[in-house]
Write a protein that binds this ligand. Sequence first.
Ligand SMILES: NC(=O)c1ccc[n+]([C@@H]2O[C@H](COP(=O)([O-])OP(=O)(O)OC[C@H]3O[C@@H](n4cnc5c(N)ncnc54)[C@H](OP(=O)(O)O)[C@@H]3O)[C@@H](O)[C@H]2O)c1
Length: 300
Amino acid sequence: MWTKNKIPDLSGKIVIVTGANTGLGFETALALYEKGVHVILACRDLHKAQQAIAKINEHKGTGIVEAARLNLESLKQINEFSEVFIQKYRQLHVLINNAGVAMPPASKTSEGYELQFGVNFLGHFALTGLLYPLLLTTPDSRIVTVSSNGYQGALIDFDNLRSEKDYNPIREYRQSKLANLIFSIELNRRIKAKDQKILSIAAQPGANKTALTRHLSEEEIAIGKERLGEFMEPWQGALSLLYAAVSDESVGGSMYEPENSGLRGYPTLANIQENAMDEAVAKRLWHFAEQATGIHFPGS
Ligand SMILES: NC(=O)c1ccc[n+]([C@@H]2O[C@H](COP(=O)([O-])OP(=O)(O)OC[C@H]3O[C@@H](n4cnc5c(N)ncnc54)[C@H](OP(=O)(O)O)[C@@H]3O)[C@@H](O)[C@H]2O)c1
């Protein structure tokens, strides 16, 4: 059983956690702070981020915690965040692509992509690409991308990424989380092909009590609970993210998830389904993301 007690002292490490003001991102940032990490909470609402910092500082820890504004809906914002970050910190040991939006009313990003695909996938693609030069020059760096058990059975509909067809909130959420996983695996392939030293690892946290369900009605939440069973406290779901981020045993190209059907329990290696392993889809998605964001990973 892997718990946060297994995390070694990580003093001197710099880690970005996107969407760290609440839920799984908050618990991940807190655990890293406790072990000496300099954690940057990359959040779209700086007031919420400051409140999270105040809560983290109530805990015993040897780290440093700071906030920076990052709205993954907007390429302009992602560019600004990355530029300032690179200037200020000069190193990045772990980037944790955690922020996410689930099942909102039909809406689009500033660039016209379906919101969940845009924020959860394209936003993190752009962020990772912009920070990539820093990750390349930081020894033992990692990129952790957060997917979901819901990727299973999903597919990337290349003809509907701007919501050209009807809007189905859950289908689009699952598509975005499949895109996260395909990205993580494809990035690892590209890293290996170039003999680069970064690890790209996915994590999925299982079923957790967080604000992710904020766009759902009480009735829809009750149906979800009936289907998925009891939800965990977010500190426990965060363990899969933490395992991917810091364990010596986590491997590039893999995904870590809770041990009981990927829904509850302590982190274990996931058995990734074929829909996330298709290299032709991965290449097409990568190309699409490059065109959509204008961002090309150096050396990939
Ligand atoms: N909870 C689960 O059971 C579960 C299961 C599978 C996967 N996941 C994944 O786990 C990750 C974290 O989710 P969570 O459960 O912790 O949800 P959460 O409590 O709702 O937290 C989501 C975070 O993402 C941020 N966010 C949303 N839109 C953003 C944007 N445009 N730009 C920047 N940040 C944005 C939110 O900021 P605001 O607070 O300002 O909105 C919040 O900080 C997500 O990727 C989710 O898909 C969660």
